[in-house]
Design a protein around this ligand. Sequence first.
Ligand SMILES: [Zn+2]
Length: 319
Amino acid sequence: MSEAAKSRLFNMPGFPKPVPKPRGRVQPYEVKMTPNMGMGVFATRDIKMGELVFAERPLFGGPKNINMLSLEVPGSGFLAQKLVLDEYEKLLELCVERMSEANRTGYTGLTNSHKEDGSGPLTGISRTNGYGVAEVFDGVGPKPISDDFRYAFVGNTASRINHSCLHNVVRTFDIAAFAFVFTAVLDIKAGEQIFYPYCNIEASVAVRRRQLAPYGIVCECRVCTNATPESDKFREEYRSSTVELFAQAQQVMTGKSWPTNDEFRELLIFQKAAIEEGLHAVSAYQGILGALTFAHMGRGHVAKVQELQVKMQKFAGIF
Ligand SMILES: [Zn+2]
């Protein structure tokens, strides 16, 4: 890690904070074999939206784009890249050797989908399983010059969460605790698998497939299987649609009579479509919750307004 990245981290107020723990004495998740996705992470009890599922320190971290390192090596691009990959593998061998036995077993047991690109086996695991962490990057500025200067971290449990476009957790990185934090974005039932999207789920199915290809994943979730040009369009326009809806709903505050029966029905249909597409698990859903709150306000449904306000606050706190 660069000096600048290190000093930003060490000067973080509260660093190093203990890793946050989920409520209750028994951990709310377990790692076990799935029939078709290798290992996976499952809920061991009902988990409510907004609850911490787990937090953990990474097993290993390094530059998100290893190829960037080759820019510092003089000589031809290909040879420089090979040299960097070989050196990186040696460095990783040292890191893995220093891990506890449990962590070493955890790390070496992870999937490797970079077997054909010159990466060594440990480097391949890092490239396959590393989550890009926005908060840790090289350079002195408050923000990195580009995504290439960010770091990626591998987690023992975090990297065993499988992909689905119908996800139920969101991931943040608590810098002061130096830990991944996974929070339930929907209510999760005991026994359900925990899913995190490895692609941009606000993109069309074609784009999602392209983004998932490097992981060797062909997603067979409901929304990929049932994707149509209409559902792609809905997804791609979802974020801006929710902003528009929310702006329209704010008319209630200016005393305008809103919504009409038709407008109210349309809003509910839009919400239903969002849920059907799994888009009630992304931050833009706040726009729908906000619009619904105003719509019920306009109709004088006091109890419903209060209920939605509580939900909105809880939902907003996740992101
Ligand atoms: Zn999918």
